[in-house]
Design a protein around this ligand. Structure first.
Ligand code: NAD
Length: 366
């Protein structure tokens, strides 16, 4: 499995007993808590215990989820809570993972910042509205809390390798990124690609055109959630663009094409393969209209990624003061999703990111 954010839909599959023995001599010395113990929360437990943090508390509204986490972490029942805010008061963690579904991201992050938690890793989508996301940022700024959003793209080989190749002598500058995806949802997965684009191109999305399909996506996390399929064209101000095709009629595969001045990189993300096609050096300076020039072609595999590895890498970067996807990254991806809705409602008109997007409008994202 190459796309790390695809996880099993069967909750039991994520409740497998993992080797999560709590280490008392944690290298980081951090006491961490996790709220939201579903499929992603269990992987977060694996990540933080793998890094040597001590799990001091877990919380979930569902007893079945709490029981699975207690079992996996060999936790005393007194460290497990139905209420995430009560957990914060009771165990006073240094670090918190928020892996609940989106509607509770903002209240939990704000409460944690107020409670003086030093580090928070919150799942994507950052919030269900831009206003909530800004409240999260403000609360963390006031308390000096470092807030990360789990858009793990910069820690995944399927993007770090591409970033290194883009702009190289062999491929030249990036023209655009085309994502031929499947029915993977705007907030569920397309949101990751806005961060991916920002990371590989080095520039943010400036405006978005979107055309959604009529069908609303059923979400495995509950009937209260809603997501969209369709097509999105995202533009940067300095040139490169992103095209995302995630149709309700597309049921297999995710292939990404990085189109550059002298060639292309084609990545099969689900199967971990990449193909680099680049003009032979002696033909590089010919006009782009000579697109059929003799090429060097190579095929390589990409190490299968997973959720846990990149999440551990994110924690490591956060704790070491290195680059990590912060609240601004979360808001950028969120704003692209909001702009896509607004564009769709206006017949696909271009909608600028940050330009009078509705702050208070809530979406039913998970
Ligand atoms: N970064 C990634 O690659 C990635 C991958 C998958 C999911 N996600 C995100 O992670 C989040 C969780 O996804 P999941 O697949 O684990 O969902 P899930 O439905 O399996 O688990 C969510 C858990 O949160 C609990 N919960 C909900 N509201 C709560 C609240 N207010 N307090 C305490 N517990 C609460 C639920 O009982 C459930 O156990 C979602 O926001 C999702 O979009 C991110």
């Amino acid at each position: 499995m190459a796309l790390t954010f695809q996880i099993p839909l069967n909750p039991q599959a994520s409740r497998i007993a993992l080797d999560m023995t709590i280490r008392s001599s944690a290298p980081t010395g951090l006491r961490a808590a996790v709220t939201g113990l579903g499929r992603m929360g269990m992987r977060h437990l694996e990540a933080i215990t793998g890094l040597g943090m001590t799990v001091c508390g877990v919380s979930d509204i569902a007893e079945q989820a709490r029981a699975a986490a207690r079992e996996a972490c060999k936790l005393d029942p007194s460290a497990s809570f139905a209420d995430g805010v009560e957990m914060l008061r009771s165990v006073r963690p240094d670090a918190l993972v928020v892996a609940t579904t989106a509607p509770s991201h903002a209240p939990l992050v704000v409460a944690a910042a107020k409670a003086g938690v030093r580090y928070i890793l919150c799942e994507k989508p950052m919030a269900t509205s831009l206003g909530e996301a800004r409240e999260m940022m403000d609360a963390c700024r006031r308390s000096g809390t470092l807030l990360a959003i789990n858009h793990q793209m910069r820690f995944m080989e399927q993007y770090t390798r591409m970033k290194a190749l883009i702009g190289s002598e062999q491929l030249g500058p990036l023209a655009s990124v085309v994502v031929a995806a499947s029915n993977f949802g705007l907030a569920m997965n397309a949101s990751h690609y806005f961060e991916m684009f920002r990371y590989v191109s080095g520039v943010p999305v400036h405006s978005v055109n979107a055309w959604f399909e009529d069908a609303k996506l059923a979400n495995p996390r509950g009937p209260q959630f809603e997501d969209r399929s369709g097509r999105i064209l995202a533009h940067s101000q300095s040139g490169p663009s992103l095209y995302l095709d995630f149709s309700v009629n597309a049921g297999n595969g995710i292939n990404v094409v990085y189109i550059c001045r002298y060639g292309q990189i084609v990545v099969d993300e689900l199967n971990g393969a990449m193909r680099v096609i680049a003009r032979k050096s002696e033909f590089r300076d010919l006009p782009t209209t000579r697109y059929g020039m003799p090429s060097d072609i190579r095929t390589e595999s990409i190490a299968p990624a997973d959720v846990v590895g990149p999440t551990k890498a994110l924690w490591t970067a956060l704790l070491a003061g290195q680059s990590y996807p912060d609240g601004e990254a979360g808001i950028h991806a969120l704003a692209c999703c909001v702009a896509a809705h607004v564009s769709h409602e206006n017949d696909g008109a271009a909608v600028a990111i940050g330009q009078s997007l509705p702050d208070a409008r809530r979406f039913q994202w998970a």
